[in-house]
Design a protein around this ligand. Sequence first.
Ligand code: SF4
Length: 226
Amino acid sequence: MTRAPTIDRARRLAFGRKLRAWYRVHHRDLPWRRTRDPYHVLVSELMLQQTQVSRVVLKYAEFLERFPTLESVARARVRQVMEAWSGLGYYARARNLHRLARTVVCDGAPARLPADPAALRRLPGIGAYTAGAVASFAYERRAPLVDTNVARVLRRVFAPRLNPKTSAGARALWQIAEAILPRTGRATYTHNQALMELGALICTARVRHCGRCPVRSVCATYQRER
Ligand code: SF4
């Protein structure tokens, strides 16, 4: 199966309501969830791409102390940014951040990352997921996002027969992510954070905690296996 299934309105609304209600009570208090600063959100998203949350928590504040703004990254040499990134691995992310800062910041003037996912995607090192994350988490735009955790949750809930490893399957997951977005940007912020949190804590790659999952009543995998 490679096409996104049609999701009826009642199911979509029930899923969103249950998901967001669960998140409000159970989410982890992570430092990047206390900010709407686009640059800070971007740093957290880049760090989280390949590194465990516990390690990112330790490095995030330290990195932002050294480089508090996009302008400070643009002013630095790439070697200095890489040094501050040490311990996180995958240094291409630090190189890309430096390139991005120099692209966005002109003549050292204060600069702001764009809010539009399409404009964000034109910047160095920003893929579809990161563009959606910055648009949603910094600007509260009504933008979908799909990372590994989200893809797993969406597939299990809405399309268990979908193969996420094919490009058509991946496209279908993005279509599902878009189709189930809440109406407002503000609710979308919570919805996207909650999808990621559910994938990290309840519907994980290794184990499915269906018994305490807030969306089990609308989950196709759970219903099928009962
Ligand atoms: S009910 Fe189970 S399979 Fe479905 S989303 Fe929740 S944890 Fe995942």
